[in-house]
Design a protein around this ligand. Structure first.
Ligand code: FES
Ligand SMILES: [Fe+2]
Length: 366
């Protein structure tokens, strides 16, 4: 896996200011192929320490990495494929429900029913190679019924045969900066300069049509930038190429490129690890060049380079953000960022008010 670790010169993580976090939704905790055998793997989502694993039957689980008895991380204990045992006093938990089964210290004089005790366990679903965890607000009560939860994000695939790749990178900034970096059209020619992508000299005026979708917005289907090499490559099929980019709360960017029967899709998420740091994950699927060897490693190589360029820029940005400067969002290039903040506010205050009344054309040079 392309894992890009973020450390500053001194070796310690750097971080900017904190962001308000969106709870009660699904976030990718880690790649689910890490969950095998009787291993327990830790992860952090929205400042919540988690321990994840896979039961013998294949079911994945995510618990708060904290014993409800005295708080020692459950990841220090044991997992036999069915039960997680705390290493301090040996309480045993069924990890999908969090239900306690055994408290070894109970004697015949005790009236306590171990099964009335629950460790915190969160809904956990394996999809597109991730273990997605539903992260509720603190104090939201015990595990919810699957039917009450929002849908787990899904990468679209348009044929039975396809290839996939994924990458991940830690970003030393809060989730809002990670997300607006994701939808920022104006940084491309400066951050992503490369012979195989585009150069500064190729900057030209763009007009893009955006339309509101539930909790997000769509950059409507259009012929993609003629000035970028990967799209030129797609053109070899001789059919019109159309792309759609959707942003949906809390943190998802879906891209679809279709060209006749050929397609490429990606799902990019920027997930809060803590209130001041985040992680970008990209998973892509395609049937373009399906039979050409080495396309997957080449795609991973270029994809990793691309994400690395964003990452390096955000490390530099974090240097500046540490001193709490005041910032700007300008029209039209930063309009999607403004919509993001308005959508997020509407989710947080429960108003559900969409910042767009209808389709809008935006203009910028990139
Ligand atoms: S702290 Fe876990 S059993 Fe006591
Ligand atoms: Fe970028």
């Amino acid at each position: 896996m392309a894992r890009l670790v973020t450390l500053d010169a001194g070796g310690s993580a750097i971080a900017g200011p904190t962001a308000t976090l969106i709870y009660d939704d699904w976030y990718p905790a880690l790649r689910s192929d890490q969950l095998r055998g009787k291993q327990m793997v830790t992860a952090m989502l929205l400042d919540l320490p988690l321990v994840l694993g896979r039961k013998t039957g294949g079911e994945v689980f995510a618990m708060r990495d904290s014993c409800p008895h005295r708080g020692i991380p459950l990841s220090h204990g044991w997992f036999d494929g069915e039960r997680v045992t705390c290493r301090y006093h040996g309480w045993e938990f069924e990890p999908c429900s969090g239900q306690c089964g055994t408290i070894p210290s109970l004697s015949s004089f005790d009236r306590l029913y171990a099964t009335r005790i629950y460790a915190s366990a969160y809904p956990c679903v394996e999809r597109d190679g991730y273990a997605w965890v539903y992260v509720p607000r603190a104090g939201a009560g015990r595990k919810l019924e699957a039917a009450e939860l929002p849908a787990v994000p899904k990468l679209a695939k348009y044929s039975a045969k396809f290839r996939t790749a994924h990458l991940t990178a830690d970003l030393p900034c809060n989730v809002d900066h990670g997300i607006i970096g994701l939808m920022d059209p104006a940084h491309g020619p400066f951050v992503h300069q490369a012979w195989w992508w585009r150069s500064r000299a190729s900057i030209r005026e763009k007009t893009k049509l955006f339309e509101p979708i539930p909790e997000g917005f769509r950059m409507a289907a259009h012929a993609p930038s003629g000035n970028s090499a990967p799209y030129k490559l797609l053109g070899v099929y001789g059919e019109p190429v159309e792309t759609t980019i959707d942003f949906v709360l809390p943190n998802r960017r879906y891209e679809t490129i279709r060209c006749g029967p050929k397609w490429f899709t990606s799902l990019t998420t920027v997930t809060p690890v803590t209130a001041s740091t985040c992680r970008i994950d990209v998973v892509a699927a395609w049937n373009v060049f399906y039979n050409v060897p080495f396309v997957t490693p080449i795609a991973k190589f270029f994809g990793a380079k691309f994400v690395r360029q964003d990452q390096v820029t955000m490390i530099q940005q974090a240097e500046g953000l540490r001193h709490n400067p005041s910032l700007m969002l300008i029209d039209d290039a930063d309009k999607p960022a403004k919509w993001y903040f308005a959508l997020k506010q509407a989710r947080l205050d429960g108003s559900g008010k969409h910042p767009m009344d209808g389709p809008v054309e935006l203009h910028w040079r990139s």
